[in-house]
Design a protein around this ligand. Structure first.
Ligand SMILES: [Zn+2]
Length: 366
């Protein structure tokens, strides 16, 4: 009894020891994620040249490139020129560290930890490139798809989400899971299932996009979102993909309402003036009476009774991104957040399914 308790204490210590290592490892990767978020949408190489200051171009020495710590020590400035770096760099490093440690604590000692780390890294990149540029790079979506298929082939079927999903579906339809015990045949089945679920995820969001276009008469779903769902389908399986679509819609509705509320609370005019203040002429956009319009047609439509002189006086140039942010927020971050939530809650999600879906025929019979 005593021995067992001592053993438990030791395993607990080891668990937290490795969690601390996972945090440091995650923060180092977070530093690399910052580079990817900055360079991938611009089509630049992510390996060359090494980290340098965006303002003065001075290469950043290794001792100034320690995740989180260097940011705090230099108070977020460049050692050479003193330019201020965004606090987001340190925030993403911390977030990656926390996520890595949390994955380890949730699934200690499993192979699948490595795969979850990679998936979370890809989701982090996609989230911030979508916020910054309304882009989810192909290296995230299609690269993630290739990775998810590989993971289905390499991971033990009992650990991978797609493997568990396949087990659940085959039990549900009474196909049995005996063959999965053979490690090669089991992995083969899960690989094929993973590919089917990728196609399902792609079709699911593609049809949502078509539906949205008919319903709202505007682009509801970007191509990046659809490819992202193919990746998530291959990794999370059939049930997981449906759950992510549902959860991301709920999160999107909540997030959208909050943004709208912020709009109202801070008064639209002031918010738009704030945007104008930030504006540096990049792409043309019309502004009339502190209202920003993305295109000329829209602007003219809204100002039919307008004095021409007044109009020309007020046309200024603001970045396209700023004007779009007045009315739009990308959907990708909500998808990524929903996927991250399911990544941590998958065991609970599975037992819910087994409780309510699996036993459903029995309940209906009585
Ligand atoms: Zn500098």
């Amino acid at each position: 009894m005593l021995d067992l308790m001592v053993l438990n204490e030791t395993t607990k210590d080891m668990l937290w020891f490795f969690a601390a290592i996972a945090f440091v490892f995650g923060a180092v990767w977070g530093s690399f994620l910052n580079v990817c978020i900055y360079r991938l949408p611009a089509g630049k190489s992510i390996v060359w040249p090494g980290s340098h200051c965006g303002a003065c171009g001075t290469p950043i020495q290794w001792f100034d490139n320690i995740p989180i710590l260097s940011y705090l020590l230099l108070r977020g400035t460049c050692r050479a020129c003193g330019t201020h770096f965004s606090a987001r760099y340190a925030a993403i490093e911390s977030l990656a560290g926390l996520l890595f440690a949390a994955v380890w604590l949730k699934y200690p000692g499993q192979f699948v930890v490595l795969a979850h780390w990679i998936v979370l890294c890809l989701l982090l990149i996609g989230t911030f490139t979508d916020i910054d540029h309304f882009i989810i790079p192909d290296s995230v979506t299609l690269g993630g798809l290739v990775f998810a298929l590989t993971a289905a082939l390499l991971l033990p079927p009992a650990e991978s989400f797609c493997g568990q999903d396949f087990l659940f579906i085959s039990e549900l339809f009474g196909l049995g899971s005996g063959r999965l015990n053979h490690w090669l045949i089991g992995r083969g089945f899960v690989f094929v299932w993973s590919a089917i679920c990728a196609a399902f995820g792609w079709l699911l969001l593609w049809s949502v996009g078509i539906f949205g276009r008919i319903l709202f008469r505007k682009e509801a779903m970007g191509g990046g979102d659809i490819k992202l769902f193919a990746f998530l389908g291959a990794y999370f399986g059939l049930c997981g993909t449906i759950a992510i679509l549902f959860l991301s819609s709920v999160l999107g509705a909540i997030g959208g309402s909050l943004l709208l509320l912020i709009h109202k609370v801070f008064r639209r005019d002031e918010f738009e003036e704030l945007c104008l203040e930030k504006a540096k002429a990049l792409r043309p956009c019309m502004v009339y009476q502190n209202r920003a319009f993305c295109g000329a047609e829209e602007a003219v439509e809204q100002m039919s009774d307008l004095d021409a002189a007044d109009f020309s006086a007020r046309v200024i140039r603001i970045p396209r991104k700023t004007s779009r942010q007045l009315h739009h927020f990308p959907f990708g971050p909500y998808i990524a957040l929903a996927a991250a939530v399911l990544l941590f809650a998958f065991p609970e999600f599975k037992s819910l399914l087994q409780q309510y879906v699996w036993t459903w025929p029995d309940l209906a019979g009585k």
